[in-house]
Ligand binder design. Structure first.
Ligand SMILES: [Fe+2]
Length: 257
């Protein structure tokens, strides 16, 4: 499918990443839970996409992973240099997602979920699931005018038809990741009840296209959440990701984000 590209990577390094995810998300539950009955209830309450707790856990996870090694060992660095650009920078806003089913499914509306990734320059996003993705896990969804070819049915599920567009969900084996650019109208659907989904979202851009003056500082959002905002080379990204630390992690459990 032209709108999105499926890339096969070497997945061994993802096992280590997944172990760290489990450790950090489990620990956060034990440390911060209040009256929540189980992990799912805790995660769906506090791990919203822009919650302080998620940023805190992302920092903890990314401090233990070498993004440089991930790019090199997975083969992604090779893929980018061959197919996208020889000289790229990595956006320091890297998302570590742990999705569980939500009790608010009734309020779940595609209108609120679908969006374009627009971070300023022309970025390429890599959506990297840490395990197999199917209908149960849910996953990346996007709108496209394209119809599925026979070959495509292995990797895309048609969810819904609109007038002249189709809504697809991707389907991947472990080690298959998806890349797309800022012209893709996309989002993610929820895992089915009892299932969850862990992913890593990375963005890169061609060094020539970035105004580095605009991306030389991190900042805090209007809601007081730390926002990484730098484009860095493969050699500098790991150091940057280890810098952020919180003074008071307990202050993260605010629900009015
Ligand atoms: Fe997105």
């Amino acid at each position: 499918m032209e709108d999105v590209t499926l890339i096969k990577i070497k997945s061994e390094i993802l096992n280590k990443v997944r172990t760290i995810y489990h450790k950090e998300f489990d620990e956060a539950y034990k440390k911060f839970k209040k009256n929540e009955k189980n992990k799912s209830e805790f995660y769906r309450k506090y791990l919203t996409p822009t919650s302080g707790l998620l940023y805190y856990l992302q920092w903890k996870i990314l401090s233990q992973i070498s993004i440089k090694q991930l790019f090199i060992k997975s083969g992604l660095d090779k893929h980018i240099k061959k197919n996208i650009t020889k000289d790229y920078l990595i956006y320091s806003m890297i998302f570590c997602r742990n999705h569980v089913n939500s009790i608010n499914v009734k309020n779940y509306s595609l209108k609120n979920i679908l969006h374009y990734d627009s971070y300023g320059p022309n970025t390429t996003t890599f959506w990297m699931p840490l395990h197999k993705i199917n209908k149960n896990s849910g996953g990346l969804i996007f709108l496209s005018k394209k119809k599925l070819s026979n070959k495509d049915t292995k990797n895309f599920i048609l969810l819904k038809r609109y007038k002249n567009k189709n809504l697809y969900q991707v389907k991947c084996e472990k080690g298959e990741i998806i890349s797309f650019n800022k012209s893709l109208f996309h989002g993610a659907n929820l895992p089915k009840r009892g299932f969850k989904r862990m992913t890593l979202d990375l963005r890169i851009a061609d060094k020539k296209e970035i105004n580095l003056k605009k991306f030389n500082k991190n900042y805090y959002s209007t809601k007081g959440v730390f926002r990484p905002n730098k484009f860095l080379s493969l050699n500098k990204i790991d150091n940057e990701l280890k810098k952020f630390a919180l003074q008071n992690p307990r202050s993260l459990l605010q629900l009015n984000y």
